[in-house]
Design a binder for this molecule. Structure first.
Ligand SMILES: *Cc1c(COP(=O)(O)O)cnc(C)c1O
Length: 462
């Protein structure tokens, strides 16, 4: 008669020679916990299946896999083949090598983060970037916080608490991830005074709204949508003049805020902070990790006394950036001192300016490897497509690109397609594409590690 199989004990497994290096790598308690978890699963199996595999060597192998998974980072690199260059869900701007090195240098060693080396006294962490930002934007003063949402929050809370802020109804935007101008305004303690209509706002709308409780006139870059047709907005210089007539600051949330003229690279024009300042805007806020191509940050530039007020608000302390951000931001900004080299060194600009021919040539090079990897499962072809800049550059501006189009073979329709997409997401470096019209599309604009991409195709589990 066959006796039911019995799982080995934790102690007997712990004494096996191949467990020694697991203990060395992960520590005794984590190995015990993983072995217990494996044995627990085995006992569950025993209830329904009288003769499971209770081989101790296999249990240890499974335990090793469990520990590898548990200890591998959950936040990790992916291939962004979505066709959106600055993809908020995929981490937005990629840092330049120079920025990565600058971060590494201060990570595990002390730094002069808030120490003035010239005078041997306490320093201000903003000093590391203040001069650079002033040099690049022409602003009187600058400061940096955690992100642009925080920058807008800080400026409203400092300059408009319990007072009114005049904004056009056409600019009451929501940015992905629940950043809504009306909500941020009320949380900051300011009262929104909406003027005009969704499509048209005139100078007289602003004029009529000004009253003794008004603190600011504000303009918000529409970023992720466009209003077309019968439209009217008031230009910044007119708003700045109007604000000045009433002794009010005129502030602008620029959103992306590139520091260069993108049209000189053949890209759609985006307003720059230096242009906004030249038109008389008193305070401008923008993101660090959108078109600027740096770390997540919110940069505020403008009049000295306004920046000084922001820095005196106790919230500035709560919203301040850390040394990693400052190191990356300083290195990124320094790249702008060599504009001729920028499109090579700054990954965001490099990807945005990549030519259609270059992307098409890449598509042709990797097509055969894709066809081999997917032979029985999908038909692969090359199509031209259009990439998006993302993160609040107009959705109507598209960049010509090339993509690989994967259509599952045979029947199965939607299910076969999601199986295909899952298989690519299950790769060691997950590949993220776009599902559209019954096909899985990989826009190759952001594929730079060509050999890494091709090498892992052999591990596709279809
Ligand atoms: C992106 C954006 C924000 C939010 O910036 P974060 O850096 O993501 O916090 C705010 N306003 C506008 C107009 C934007 O485009």
């Amino acid at each position: 008669m066959n006796h039911p199989a019995r799982p080995p004990s934790v102690d007997s497994l712990l004494n096996r020679p191949e467990v020694a290096d697991l203990k060395e790598r992960y520590g005794h308690s984590a190995v015990v916990a993983a072995l217990r978890a494996e044995l627990g699963e085995l006992r569950e199996t025993l209830k329904t299946q009288p003769t499971p595999d209770v081989d101790p060597a296999r249990i240890v192998t499974d335990c090793r896999k469990r520990l590898e998974t548990e200890f591998s980072p959950n936040l990790r690199p992916v291939f962004n083949l979505t066709g959106t260059v600055l993809h908020t869900n995929l981490g937005r701007a990629l840092l330049a090598d120079e920025a990565v090195e600058a971060v590494l240098a201060v990570l595990a060693r002390p730094s002069n983060l808030e120490y003035d080396l010239d005078n041997a006294k306490r320093g201000d962490r903003d000093d590391h970037i203040d001069g650079l930002i002033r040099e690049l934007t022409g602003a009187e003063a600058a400061t940096v916080v955690n992100n642009n949402a925080a920058a807008v929050f800080l400026l409203l809370n400092t300059l408009a608490i319990r007072k009114e802020v005049i904004v056009s109804r056409g600019e009451l935007i929501e940015i992905g991830g629940a950043f809504r101008i009306p909500d941020i305004m009320s949380r900051a303690g300011a009262k929104l005074r909406e003027v005009g209509t969704t499509n048209r706002t005139h100078r007289k709308d602003y004029v009529e709204a000004v009253n003794p409780r008004t603190a600011l006139i504000m303009k918000v870059h529409r970023s992720n949508y466009a209003i077309e047709g019968f439209t009217a907005t008031v230009p910044e210089d007119q708003l700045a003049e109007l604000a000045r007539e009433h002794g009010l600051p005129f502030v602008e949330d620029l959103g992306s805020g590139t520091l260069i003229d993108l049209s000189s690279y053949g890209l759609p024009k985006e307003p720059t902070p230096q242009q906004a300042l030249a038109k008389g805007t008193d305070l401008v806020s923008f993101s660090g990790d959108k078109l600027l191509g740096g770390p997540q940050a919110g940069i505020l530039v403008g009049r000295k006394e306004l920046i000084a007020k922001l820095k005196r608000n106790p919230l500035k302390r709560a919203l301040r950036v850390d040394k990693m951000t400052l190191a990356a931001l300083e290195a990124t900004l320094k790249l702008y001192r060599s504009p001729e080299l920028l499109s090579r060194r700054l990954p965001t600009l490099r990807l945005l300016t990549r030519s259609e021919d270059d992307i098409l040539a890449l598509a042709r090079r990797i097509l055969p490897a894709m066809q081999t990897a997917l032979s029985d499962h999908a038909v692969v072809s090359i199509e031209s497509c259009r990439s998006q800049i993302g993160s609040g550059s107009l959705p109507v501006d598209r960049l010509p690109s090339a993509c690989l189009v994967l259509v599952p073979k045979g029947k199965g329709g939607g299910r076969a397609l999601s199986r295909l997409a899952n298989a690519f997401r299950d790769l060691p470096v997950p590949v993220i594409g776009r599902l559209e019209d019954g096909a899985l599309r990989f826009d190759l604009r952001c594929l730079e590690d060509e050999s890494g991409f091709v090498a892992q195709l052999a591990q596709l589990e279809l």
